[in-house]
Ligand binder design. Structure first.
Ligand SMILES: *Cc1c(COP(=O)(O)O)cnc(C)c1O
Length: 832
């Protein structure tokens, strides 16, 4: 058993539904009566007086009770079977809403909808009340959430370890075209309905202080005068798909150590106990809203260690509860480091093994390396995490000693292999230039390092991590990212899911590769028509949302062209803007131009300190205002920026999109996962040969995707050898010239410097992301796309081929690769 199973939340009045061993066997009347009874018990009033929020809360509580039963069963089963367990450490988990997914995974969504409807309640309304758990910035956090879903669905013992941020990623509001950031107060006034707070499993985390070395007899390291912060776990249940399995995501929260006299704590001020308490607990207040740039805050380092130390102490504790000998750890436990943020897991496990379990260095190191594995998520140089060694020394003195020892030993090994090659050794050292290189630490301490798409892994091997690859080629492997088809297709697009199941049966839900059985339907006109109808319905729903929230009327016959993801220069939202500007210019020059009507949809948050990305948001909104209000173009173009992009919004936009914009500068996007969600929902990709787009092209077929632009090799060649001058493009292409000048010549009703940063980046700073260079080829691909759309049959065939070959991008596939190749899980994994 991993954790003690007693709920401390007091939701449970009576044992409603307890006699149902399998949730799918619950009947509509049972569910309906249980809901009414539970409502009265919880709120002390009748349904007639209830708010939607109260109804949501009761429905979630009822669902949680069923989940609790399965959680208990899962733990009992695991205690008997003792399977290998994997712990996925991540500073982000972007879960989104859970109620609908839990209902679907329990197999009771339809029963529940019917029961509620008998009470005059619409399930959809209640689902909309739930706050997104937005404990992540973007792709990295969403990936972690998809893996949790797959692990539970496949019945394996896999758990997430993260932080319970009081505030998730900020809430974005657009005012005057600009992004404003508001705290994402997702917990509001009550506890998160899904979580189990487990104060009895709290653990102390130590910061600062000094280390005394005791050498009488055995050498001991005694950490003293430290600040002690308590980590309290909250478990969020992760519900498997119709298999009664429930895994957990354990989120740690910082609390003051009430067992001690607060005044006696180092740093405490007896005159300001409340302030001291707030200071401590603020450690887990905030998710840093920055997904790629180096964040130099001490607090962030503190968060990283807090996550790692609490998780590892808890993992080792539960391991030792059932296994006598810590040397068996790698056989029973796999610990995965998701990007470098949890890389301190390496020295922390060493600390526990040496200081707490009395192992010698060599044995501890062997156990650590065999237990740990690491995924790299980016090659953006600014995102390669480094921490000043002095900061680590001050904040984590014992960890500092261990990192120094790891550094010395790895350098010594390198010296044996490359005697005298100081440059190479320095480039691979864990510590250099006074900084700890977190990626180097993670590589040194792991038996496996993987990239997240074929091209990304190749770039790691060939350039970014070439020295490490040459030294230990066997360590490196690729695992292309995936997404859970249960959330992104089955739940988010029920009409498409039904259409598919009507055609090929519902086995694909369990074995998503069976979606390939759709391929022969490419000549089946009635199926193609069905696809078109589903898309049309989803577009209608999105159009209604847009009308209600933005008061813009969009034409459902227009192409819905979506570019939704974090706003970043490398993702090139501006290239999309340039194409729209060019299209608009052509339409104004020639009002009779035959253009396919288009609705361009943008969404995404910019890091609050990222000036240029915030200006990009302003640019999109300024363009939208101009185009949406220009009567002369007859509503043929519309541009929308949907505010506060998050998982729930993605679930609305993606099923309604015809076109998926995946236009990052080649080589910069490690994999992308948005691209997979669109593919699975029958949107056609326009994109560069970057990240997983390449694999999407290989699966869907080159005829079913619009590829343009420089290749990664060409881009890397320019970065290395130079040879690109944006002025050449500017002088040779009048359309580019017009668009670029329109940024600063009064075309937009803004000051002349509003978009100066962009103008300068393109012309005076070398156009680092090759927008001008790729412009012509992008515009060509766009017009080819628009022509193709006119042939609706051909278009639906393209959509179909994308859906049919999207099964491989299910995170079930990704996860089974991790489980078999990296974590060496001992349960049989379904073959792919
Ligand atoms: C999938 C997803 C992402 C990642 O999108 P990319 O296009 O891969 O960058 C980011 N945010 C949310 C809310 C998502 O659902």
């Amino acid at each position: 058993m991993l954790t003690k199973q007693h709920s401390t939340n007091n939701h449970c009045s009576g044992q409603l539904l307890a006699h149902n061993t399998k949730s799918e066997n619950i009947t509509v009347p049972e569910f309906r009566d249980a809901f009414v009874a539970k409502f009265g018990a919880v709120h002390g009033k009748t349904l007639g007086e209830a708010t939607d929020r109260e109804k949501f809360h009761v429905l979630a509580t009822l669902t949680r009770e069923i989940v609790s039963q399965n959680l208990i069963k899962t733990h009992q089963q695991r205690a008997t079977d003792d399977p290998k367990q994997v712990y996925y450490l991540s500073i982000e988990f972007l879960l989104g809403r859970l109620l609908e997914n839990n209902l679907v995974n329990l197999g009771i969504r339809d029963i529940c909808a019917e029961a509620l409807s008998q009470l005059g309640i619409e399930l959809g309304v209640l689902l909309g009340v739930e706050e997104d758990a937005g404990l992540g910035n973007g792709g990295l956090g969403r990936l972690a959430a998809c893996y949790l879903d797959s692990m539970a669905a496949m019945g394996l013992a896999g758990h997430g370890c993260g932080l319970r941020y009081r505030y998730g990623l900020f809430e974005q509001k657009i005012m005057g075209g600009y992004q404003h950031e508001y705290p994402d107060n997702w917990l509001k006034d009550r506890a998160y309905v899904w979580e189990y707070r487990r104060p009895d499993e709290k653990l102390p985390i130590r910061f600062g202080g000094t280390v005394r070395v005791q050498t009488n007899g055995k050498t001991r390291f005694i950490h003293e005068n430290y600040e002690r912060i308590i980590a309290v776990p909250y478990d969020v249940p992760i519900v498997g798909y119709k298999n009664e399995i429930v895994n957990t995501l354990r989120l740690w929260s910082a609390e003051v150590d009430v067992s001690r006299h607060i005044c006696s704590a180092p740093g405490a001020d007896c005159n300001n106990v409340i302030g001291y308490k707030h200071g401590i607990e603020s450690l887990t207040d905030l998710l840093y809203p920055d997904d790629s740039q180096y964040e130099g805050k001490l607090l962030r380092l503190k968060q990283q260690y807090f996550l790692v130390s609490a998780s590892l102490q808890s993992i080792v504790r539960s391991f030792l509860l059932h296994h006598g000998n810590v040397s068996e750890l790698p056989d029973k436990i796999a610990i995965h480091i998701n990007d470098t943020h949890p890389a301190l897991a390496v020295p922390e496990l060493m600390r526990i093994l040496i200081d707490d379990c009395d192992l010698g260095w060599e044995e501890a190191w062997d156990i650590t390396v065999r237990t740990m594995s690491y995924t790299n998520h980016t090659i953006l140089p600014e995102a390669l995490e480094k921490w000043p060694i002095d900061m680590i020394k001050r904040l984590l003195p014992r960890i500092h000693m261990i990192i120094c020892e790891i550094n010395e030993r790895t350098c010594r090994e390198l010296w044996e292999r490359y005697p005298g090659d100081w440059n190479r050794i320095r480039s691979m050292a864990v510590i250099s230039d006074g900084q700890v290189h977190m990626a180097h630490l993670a590589i040194a301490g792991s038996h496996s390092v993987n990239g997240v798409a074929e091209i990304h892994t190749e770039i790691l091997k060939k350039s970014v991590m070439n020295n490490f690859y040459t030294y230990a080629p066997g360590k490196f492997t690729n695992v292309t990212n995936g997404i859970t088809h249960r959330r992104w297709l089955l739940t988010a697009n029920p009409l498409l899911a039904n259409l598919i199941s009507d055609a090929i049966g519902s086995n694909w839900v369990e074995y998503p590769c069976e979606l390939a059985q759709l391929a022969p339907l490419v000549k089946d006109n009635s199926f193609l028509e069905g696809l078109a109808n589903v898309k049309r319905y989803n577009k209608l729903k999105l159009a209604q949302y847009i009308k209600a929230n933005y008061n813009v009327i969009v034409d459902v016959n227009s192409i819905f062209d979506s570019h939704i993801k974090r706003i970043h220069a490398y993702k090139r939202q501006c290239l999309n803007v340039m194409h729209i500007m060019d299209l608009y210019n052509r339409l104004r020059d020639n009002p009779n131009l035959d253009v396919q009507p288009r609705t361009f949809i943008f969404g995404g948050k910019a890091a609050p300190g990222y000036y240029k990305a915030k200006k990009t948001i302003k640019l999109i909104n300024t363009l939208a205002d101009k185009i949406n209000n220009d009567k002369s173009i007859n509503d043929r173009l519309k541009v929308l920026f949907l505010e506060n992009y998050n998982v729930s919004q993605a679930e609305l936009i993606i099923p309604a999109s015809d076109v998926s914009e995946q236009i990052s500068t080649a080589s910069r996007e490690a994999s992308g996962t948005g691209n997979m969600k669109f593919m699975m929902n029958g949107a056609v990709t326009i994109g560069t040969l970057d990240g997983a787009n390449i694999e999407i092209r290989n699966f869907a077929g080159a005829d079913n995707i619009f590829i343009f632009g420089l290749s990664a090799e060409e881009v890397l060649g320019y970065y290395r050898y130079g040879g690109y001058n944006p002025w050449d493009v500017y002088h040779n292409d009048s359309r580019v010239r017009t668009v670029i000048e329109q940024l600063v010549n009064g075309f937009f009703p803004v000051g002349p410097d509003e978009f100066r940063t962009h103008y300068d980046a393109f012309l005076h700073h070398g156009d680092e992301y090759f927008l001008l260079k790729d412009f012509a080829s992008y515009v060509d691909a766009q017009s080819h796309l628009a022509d193709t759309y006119q042939d609706q049959r051909r278009w639906q065939q393209m959509c179909l081929m994308n859906i049919a070959h999207s099964g491989w991008f299910s995170s079930d596939r990704t996860f089974s690769q991790y489980a078999a190749d990296i974590w060496e899980m001992d349960q049989p994994i379904p073959l792919w």
